[in-house]
Design a protein around this ligand. Structure first.
Ligand code: SF4
Length: 106
């Protein structure tokens, strides 16, 4: 059986690499970037919060075929990767979101 001696330098190098991997994973680096979060977008009013609650809005649809971005009430954002609009006064919503008023775009 072969035994390898780990030098102090080798252990420090491995520790540094592991640290970078952990930091990268927690920041979403290398996995397509951080996921868009539209759960509490800036400027959300109390009425919009109540509307979200009343319509059971979620930032990630439980059904991949029913998402805000395929909903008739959705307005795409000016730039990709941002929260979009909803005509039902929910404020800015996630393209991957969903609520109980979903209507498939025709
Ligand atoms: S109505 Fe609901 S599913 Fe449709 S865009 Fe608005 S929040 Fe999303």
């Amino acid at each position: 059986m072969e035994t390898k001696k780990l030098t102090r330098r080798a252990m420090l190098e491995r520790g540094a690499v592991l640290g970078l991997v952990v930091i990268g994973a927690s920041a979403g680096i290398g996995c397509g970037g951080a996921e868009l979060d539209c759960t509490n977008p800036p400027g959300l009013t109390d009425a919009q919060r109540q509307q979200r609650q009343a319509l059971s809005y979620v930032d990630r649809s439980p059904n991949p075929t029913q998402r805000c971005e395929t909903c008739n009430f959705y307005t795409a954002p000016a730039q990709a990767g941002q929260c979009g609009g909803c005509a039902l006064n929910l404020g800015n919503v996630n393209p991957q979101g969903y609520c109980s008023s979903y209507v498939a775009r025709s």
